[in-house]
Design a binder for this molecule. Sequence first.
Ligand code: HEM
Ligand code: HEM
Length: 431
Amino acid sequence: MIVATFMGWLAAIELVAPDLTENMAWLVFGRIRPMHINLVLFGFVTPGLLGAAFYYIPRLLKTDLYSEKLGIFTVVAWNIALVAVVITLSLGLTQGREYAELIWPSDIMVVLAFALIFFNFAMTVRQRQEPLLYVSVWYVLAGTILTATTYSLGNVIWRPDTGALVGIPDAILLWFYGHNVFGLLLTPLAAGVTYYVIPQAVRAPLYSHSLSMIGFWSLIVVYTHIGTHHLLQVPVPTWLKVVAIVDSIAMVIPVMAFLINIWYTAKGKLGAIHADIGAKFVFTGTIMYFFVSIQGSMMSLPDVQRVTHFNNYVVAHAHVGVLGFAGMIALGGIYYILPRITGKPLFSRFLADFQYWMILIGVVGFTVILTIAGLVQGNSWINGETVYRILPQIHVYYLIRAGLGLIIFISAILGLYNIVRSIFFNPGERA
Ligand code: HEM
Ligand code: HEM
């Protein structure tokens, strides 16, 4: 999180002062931005959520993990892949397609990691002592195997040289995969953690197992084919756009099935959520999920997207989703599980709370500032202004965003300090 947010902050500085990194090829915006995005996605949020799954899957299934050794192997392989990502992207080795920038060898490592993680979980399910498959298990199994598949398709893994098809079919395939990074990776993994943490934290059974299954299957049915809502301004076949738009609105079904289930489970017990910093992060993530989903459904309407597309409005949405929803829940999972693994309380609840507020202020601030900047851009463009003439108008928003980003970056450092102290130098009583 520290490295990834630092890259984001650097990118934000470059939007304020574009000439700053002149003649420093490895630091130009075009290299820093994909590093930021790939590191938040594959270096921070996904491993955070997967780490939680490695904790709760054996517990939910009342059995040991199928192979601890394989688990450790995947962690090591995952981190080698991340180092490769930073080195290759900073050298300018990229396939140049958003969310699919990584070159072929890195792609292979990512797919292999997801496949091995799925195998480990699936084998654990096979040897389980608990007959009921709780919804978190469904989400994790689906998230890992579907990502291994859609990642391979979206990265056109059978063409190592370009990692791409040609023309419009390439854009369609790319965004089929790109959207599934949010819909079939981050969302199910974050939902899995939420379904585990919230009922435990409030000491109440889940409101409805049936509703959780409706949420799961409707997510699989609806989310899988709405990627074309990223391409409404592109000459893709109209029927594909219609499918994407209709089902982007239909997303209200899985979203509300999940949220109603969680919120009813926690109803009347918000005190217990407040008392546990992990649950607090996770619960806040669910509120962000509500906002990002409503916002996303609106942005899928062609009339709305004519204003919001290609500008900072989308970047605002992206941070509510990936940081406010999935990132918050990843941190919540870490803070919930850490004391239970170490057997000691967190080193500092105050620091964790402080980090919570820094992130909340950062992400809400991002949303407000970038939404305004986006609306200024979008409305000006519709009125015939060219892109560069609007840049002076949004300079101040870029400046504020860089300030807010610094807060989030510092919060990441505090978080690491707290976690390292909790594990290694923790004077706390054994819980
Ligand atoms: C009902 C749910 C959602 C819908 C209907 C939706 C819809 C959309 C649409 C239409 C766009 C494209 C906007 C444009 O390019 O003009 C978009 C972009 C994006 N969404 Fe969502 N969204 C949803 C939920 C989420 C969630 C939960 C996340 C994160 C976990 C997320 C992350 C993103 C990101 C990162 C982008 C930017 C993609 C890019 O780089 O262009 N969205 N979303
Ligand atoms: C862990 C927290 C964060 C997450 C999960 C995250 C996620 C993302 C995502 C998904 C995008 C792609 C947006 C799009 O293309 O629509 C993005 C872009 C960006 N983020 Fe972050 N981000 C985080 C923190 C930060 C921080 C602290 C900053 C510092 C200011 C920052 C600055 C940026 C910038 C400058 C871009 C590029 C926007 C553009 O192309 O105009 N992010 N981030």
